[in-house]
Design a protein around this ligand. Sequence first.
Ligand code: BGC
Length: 859
Amino acid sequence: MMNNPRNFSIQSLFSVGVAALLPMLLGCALTMAVQATAQAPVPDSPAIEAQARAMVAKLTLEQKIELLGGVNEMFTHPAPAIGLPRFKMSDASVGVRTWGPTTAYAGGVALAATWDREFARRLGEGLGRDARARSVNFLLGPGVNIARSPVTGRNFEYLSEDPFLNAAMVVPYIEGVQSQGVVATVKHFALNNQEFNRHNTDSQADERTMREIYLPAFEAAVTKGHVDAVMDSYNLINGAHATQNEFLNLKVLKGDWGFQGILMSDWDATYDGVAAANNGLDLEMPNARFMDAQTLVPAVKNGLVKESTIDDKVMRLLRVGLRYGFLDRPQWAPAYSTYSVADRAVALDGARESLTLLRNEGGVLPLDPAKVKTIAVIGPSAYPAVTGGGGSSEAQAFDSVSILTGIANLLGPDVHVLYSRGLPDMNEVFWKSHWESGVEVATFPSRNFTGTPETAKVPVIAEWKPDWWGPADKSPRCIRYSASFKADKAGKYLLLAAAAGSDTFKASIDGRVLQSSHNVEGQAPQFWTIDLNAGQKVNIVADYLPGFAGVRFGMGMALEKDLVSAEAAEFAAKADVAVVAVGFSGSTESEGGDRTFQLPWGQEALIKAVAEANSRTIVTLTGGGGTDMRNWLDKVPAVLHAWYPGQEGGTAVAEVLFGKHNPEGKLPVSFDRSLEENPSAAYYYPVAGADTSLHVAEDNKPPVDYVIPHVNYGDKLMVGYRYWTTTGKHPLFPFGFGLSYTTFSFANLQAPATAASGSTVPVSFDVTNTGSVAGAEVAQLYVSDPSTKVSRPERELKGFEKVRLAPGETKHVTLNLDARAFSYWDEVAHKWTIDPGKFVIRVGDSSESTPLSAELMLK
Ligand code: BGC
């Protein structure tokens, strides 16, 4: 080893005492090399315009139309006649995932929990570098949809419940991605705030609700982040699918905001070629099924679509290509490597910054490593690492650190780490279920359980596979499983069922339908508990509708307390401290369906069993937002929310538990006690009478007689903390909240007493670390408008700043409030308006804790 000159030089650096600087020096060198080749986009110029026009002029109508649809799942169409190469795409939110293993970051909601704009930029740059390393031209992210309900399956990919926070984070993120010469694609435009039945739900919202809550992050992405691509969502908005929504695409995006880039569809989210072409869609992905030559050539000839409309779409593609130099340079350059140490550091910092400490009774945390001789690490999220949720964002990390290995690595060889998964694997429950006399399987030759079925008898229903996609199967078939279950002992029994991908099912016990969600794509496992007496029998029926070839369905029944392994409680009892790592994962929280509000099956029973055995039980949670904690929160002294912490999550969790890193994440969403108290609860699922029948969307379309379910945004502006602070009620944990191992104080609020409407208002204050360890605080500024003429939320976030402070240190923070900070959307005048008069400015560390306040008169 000493003969290797490279190793030798590294050792000599150590000997001169700069070892600590080494990662930084290497990082700087890498950053400099990468910056040199980054090739950020150039602004549009007359030269680019002229070149693009000349290229369009060389194409026939058919050749132009060909460019409006993608090819091979993840590419745009090339046009060799004009030297236009195909552009490569990749998902997205937590890592550049489409092209093999990658760096898996704490993205989406975890990024929002950092409340750190500079970190958002670093993450964007990291994703941009990862994209370049794979020759990717378009990153299919970030996702910025508002977290309206905690059960929405993709909240984890998005940011927060607040439009200001989303807008503030998305701008540096996009700048970071695009600075590397990669196009960012902000998605899913718009009002895609539910995952159930995503092709068919119709989001019904008024303009003010859209402009104030659901659109500002997209607006900032376009007008401030200069994003070069936008992705339309699957759903309908006020009666028209996003991909053919004139109001959103033409009036708002391309009109009001002046969007100059490419508006693409989500994958198979186009439903009508002429309507999409005329209403703003530029690119149908993953291929042209509707905006193709067969539809558009006659439409142009008949005057249904203008040729200039087609030209505009092609111009947008060419302009973006020219702006980024895609026609002149390879997207890969030697400075970019697929496995990147620099990006690993970004992943670790993201995990560190996002972990949010929710409860720490009696200061049980941080743990003193010197006092821990034996630690029990228990639970399905302990190992393997749960880096992200499920669906198209699922990034496969080269290496990932689980909570188990993170803790063991930190503690070293002298500490006993007792590990148990604590619960069986889902398939084990299916295989071990004892149905009284087997399961009757009736396969019908139809999609609606009619016709004469073929029948068979099987011992168990255990064909669930966690596949998200599968080979298409158009044959008309559906399957009914019928079985009876007899309880050996009295107790609480769990009925667990799961399908995969776009398969759906509906289960019933003794004729009572149990389906608790409106998922049409039904991959999130469903579970119900039922109390049975010893010897009691129940009949179970499950109607299963496969979306793909084969069968991917499982169902089982078991006594709940028998699911928790005996060793979990035994290990916890033997340990000085127990960590229960539970929560959601890719198979329980995913794109394509909603998740449960309750923790996944068996996990509450696991927490209780461990907490009974060891009073020093710390719960870590993985997931994209709030969950039902009513049955266990008061039984454990500490709870750390890990979101989906990416590949380095285990290291960061261990560092926080043992005080090597002071937790600094703040909730980007309010945590409700129950699903019923969430402000969208009364509106989120379609109104009574809407069709929630079991079906699989075929060719993007529901059955002919299908009634499109309306999702009523009747909660209007009252999303998250806007509802809680306006009603004066309190959630379980408020927006903006997160504990630290130190304490902070706020003082010296300075704001002008009067200002002119529309002027920028500076507000400043001091933040002091009053405790004994270094830490970070997020100072949050909320504006109230008590003299408003229209009804407004009691307070709204309009500024924030993350401050890092040594013990005793004070920093003076200045936040500038622009006109928008005081405005609301005037529904009559259709514009942003300020009502002059009294405003109140509040500053503090959460939406409910604002120790500083000042009044301001706007004239
Ligand atoms: C998702 C998009 C994603 C696309 C490509 C769709 O299912 O909704 O967010 O970018 O697939 O993978």
